[in-house]
Design a binder for this molecule. Structure first.
Ligand SMILES: [Zn+2]
Length: 274
């Protein structure tokens, strides 16, 4: 299936089915608009991640009771776009954190005083909690991208829950609070993913523009895809881990100042109420 999708993706325009995408809506009761975009999830990693040498996270502690955010609605499709905010864009980076690439991305974001979203995998985050802490310090949003990046549609409900909860626990530990956003690997969503995500206080976020940076198409191509796909409300997908992401790091250094120069406000969605 991955192979088939890779082939399909290779022939697909980088800017996906943006126009009809669900809207990234954070007002209470707002519903995503339009049909769901085809799952254009880039198989992000070509090499397996390091083994899951995770440490067990205690489920209970001696601190104050964990306050869960208000439970978001169970959606039927991910949010794909921001709405109602003029020339606002969201940059998202998936599959990290990776100490080889994530710091370079954070440095560029800091240089331009821009906030972004990082959808992290638990098995990467567990050994890079310092990077989660830096993301918290610098105002970025950390989302849940499962523990080991599986295709959720092949897992049982129990397995999906485990992928989500273990990752949320690592995020809470390193970032300081549990995540409010979830993104399914490969953009492959199912009903259980929406239900369990909502149960854990997370909204599902897809994307509008896929840079396909995981195919290492060249820095310039990544820059072009972002700039050509730029538009009000656009959510951009890139990767800071899962392979050699030096092109993604370099591309950000080029397109970010240009987006800002052309009047885009690059930011992150506000927290859900509650
Ligand atoms: Zn991914």
């Amino acid at each position: 299936m991955f192979t088939r999708r890779r082939v399909l993706l290779a022939g697909t325009a980088a800017v996906g089915a943006a126009g009809t995408a669900g809207l990234l809506a954070w007002g209470a009761g707002e519903k995503p608009a339009g049909p769901v975009a085809p799952a254009a999830g880039a198989p992000a990693r070509r090499l397996p991640l390091k083994p899951s040498a995770y440490r067990l996270q205690p489920l209970t502690g001696y601190g104050p009771p964990r306050t869960l955010p208000r439970r978001p609605p169970v959606r039927r499709e991910p949010l794909l776009k921001m709405t109602g905010r003029g020339r606002t864009m969201v940059l998202t980076f998936d599959d990290g954190p990776d100490p080889r690439y994530t710091p370079g991305i954070l440095d560029t974001l800091a240089e331009y005083d821009v906030r972004a979203m990082f959808f992290v995998c638990g098995e990467m985050a567990v050994d890079n909690k310092d990077l989660l802490a830096r993301m918290a310090d610098e105002g970025h949003i950390v989302g849940n991208h499962t523990w080991s990046h599986p295709l959720l549609t092949t897992l049982t409900r129990r397995q999906i829950r485990s992928q989500m909860t273990r990752t949320s626990e690592v995020i809470e530990d390193g970032y300081g609070e549990p995540p409010h956003w979830f993104r399914a690997p490969y953009g492959a969503w199912n009903r259980a993913a929406f239900q369990l995500g909502a149960e854990l206080g997370m909204e599902p976020l897809g994307w509008t523009v896929d840079t396909l940076d995981w195919t290492t198409p060249g820095t310039r191509t990544i820059v072009d895809r972002v700039e050509n796909g730029a538009g009000p409300g656009v959510v951009v997908l890139s990767h800071d881990a899962g392979g050699d992401r030096s092109q993604s790091v370099r591309a950000l250094r080029r397109y970010l100042p240009r987006l800002l120069d052309t009047g885009y406000h690059v930011t992150v969605p506000r927290r859900q109420a509650g």
